[in-house]
Design a protein around this ligand. Structure first.
Ligand code: GAP
Length: 479
């Protein structure tokens, strides 16, 4: 049932210009998607909401737009060259591939629910040991020993586990050897860490302060399923918050709570959001939680909150030999700051918004997107394709296009035009009709209720500012 809904949603996003498989005329490329005209608008608006929540609403958070290519040493220092890989196994009966840690973590969470805490911890430790000693056979042995089976074939006929690197490598310049090798960044965060000194000096921020960034990241994901949930090229919205060393717990809790409330303001029902503390921490983290959304295919991560300690800055200091210390004038001491990061996946948030918005009622399909984020905020429609209606409608369009994203449409019956706007999630359609010619009022039709009311043209701009402007969402945030 849930998967039918997801399939219908995927078809809908393609049919109405939200998402297309990349290079589709050549049969596409796995786990890469393009945003169509409506998708591009939705994504920009979501990013703007995140960006303004972070930078405009926090006087101690500044923005950055770092390059995708970075000196290779960045990834040595960050631990990605040594540690950014997944252990994979194939099931010999179903020929399906799985991440070993995911299979084991599922078993562990079942055991924990049954109160078998010690057994669960033992298995996690055994997995850690096998991974650090690079022993693929031992990992396979753990799966077999604990009867961890493939969800499809229900057997534990596993291949030996193999370690696969997740970073994409390419070359810069005329030679193509290891000296010219570069990576496509697997996270945006490192652009912020390597610029820590530049930013601190140029903005003269004192701690605590944060740096926010939106940008592409690339991972050679080996299991690419679930539409835009797991992609090889995706976009992150990350914020690194630099703090004094003893303040990790406080700021970790603050940002966890702030980020959870952001989803409520976005209109995601609280029962569909949850928090999941990490069993197995990433190589850089001291503490971490995932914020999960209940997708049609199960509860899955949309954002991670990580206490990274001084891991990154300390390693960059070691490798670059550049001091990463901050002099704290209030405490009269120097230290390497600690970091709490919030790391959201833009594409996962788009999928979450679309899943929430997709409404199929009897005889009607529409997208109940947050009004401020809808690709088109208002459609201006002359009732008939005739001079007096068109003239007024075009005048309205010309006036409000500076503040809102608008569609102007004069073809087809008014009912069909409403339907089309519903399908892309336009919250308001305004119609210039016979009465407009007499009293300069227009019909305003609301997407969700389909309710219609009349409004003087002179009130339209302030009506839209109250109903669909981004500031309405921003004001709801307790930031
Ligand atoms: N800087 C920390 C970091 O990158 P992460 O948990 O690996 O942490 C953060 O990634 C977020 O990026 C995830 O919560 C997810 O929303 C998004 N993300 C990660 N891999 C992704 C992928 N292959 N496709 C889409 N989004 C992804």
């Amino acid at each position: 049932m849930a998967n039918n809904r997801l399939s219908s949603l995927i078809a809908h996003t393609k049919a109405y210009g939200f998402l297309y498989p990349s290079s589709e005329i050549y049969e596409g490329i796995q786990a890469v998607y393009d945003y169509g005209p409506m998708g591009a608008l939705l994504k920009r608006k979501l990013q703007q909401f995140w960006w303004q929540s972070m930078t405009q609403l926090h006087e101690n958070i500044v923005g950055l737009d770092a390059a995708i290519f970075m000196n290779k040493k960045t990834w040595e220092a960050s631990g990605h060259i040594a540690g950014f890989h997944d252990w994979m196994v194939d099931n010999k009966d179903s020929h399906k591939r799985y991440r070993v840690d995911k299979l084991i973590e599922e078993k562990v969470s079942v055991w924990k629910k049954q109160g078998k805490e010690a057994k669960a911890n033992q298995l996690m430790a055994a997995m850690g040991n096998a991974m650090s000693s690079q022993d693929g056979d031992a990992l396979r042995g753990l799966l077999v020993e604990h009867h961890i089976v493939c969800p499809i074939s229900k057997t534990s006929h596993w291949t030996s586990a193999r370690e696969l690197h997740l970073m994409f490598a390419t070359h810069t310049g005329p030679t193509q050897d290891h000296t010219s090798q570069v990576y496509l960044r697997p996270e945006t965060a490192q652009g912020i860490f390597v610029n820590f000194l530049n930013i601190q000096k140029t903005t003269r921020q004192s701690l605590p302060f944060g740096v926010a960034q939106i940008g592409k990241a690339f991972r050679n994901e080996l299991i690419a399923r679930q539409f835009i949930f797991r992609m090889r090229e995706f976009e992150q919205m990350e914020m690194q918050f630099f703090i004094p060393p003893e303040k990790d717990e406080k700021w970790f809790a603050t940002w966890r709570d702030k980020r959870q409330s952001w989803y409520q303001v976005l209109g995601i029902p609280t029962h569909k959001m949850s928090i999941h503390p990490h069993e197995k921490l990433a190589h850089y983290a001291n503490a971490a939680v995932d914020i999960l959304y209940e997708f049609p295919f199960g509860a899955n991560e949309v954002e991670g909150i990580h206490a990274r300690g001084s891991f990154d800055l300390t390693n960059h200091e070691k490798l670059s030999k550049k001091k990463m210390t901050y002099f704290d004038p209030q405490e009269n001491r120097s230290y390497i700051p600690h970091v709490v990061e919030t790391s959201a996946g833009c594409d996962r948030l788009i999928l979450m918004l679309l899943c929430e918005a997709f409404q199929q009622e009897e005889g009607r399909t529409y997208l109940k997107l947050p009004k401020a984020l809808s690709p088109i905020q208002v459609a201006v429609l002359p009732l008939m394709k005739q001079e007096p209606f068109i003239k007024i409608a075009k005048k309205i369009y010309q006036e409000i296009r500076y503040d809102f994203s608008i569609s102007y449409e004069e073809r087809g019956s008014i009912g069909k035009r409403y339907t089309r706007q519903d399908l892309i999630g336009t919250p308001y359609c305004i119609t210039v009709d016979h009465q407009t010619l007499q009293d300069e009022t227009i019909t305003v039709r609301e997407r969700d209720s389909m309710h219609q009311h009349r409004l003087p043209i002179s009130d339209l701009s302030s009506f839209l500012h109250d109903e669909v402007a981004l500031k309405n969402l921003l004001k709801k945030l307790k930031y």
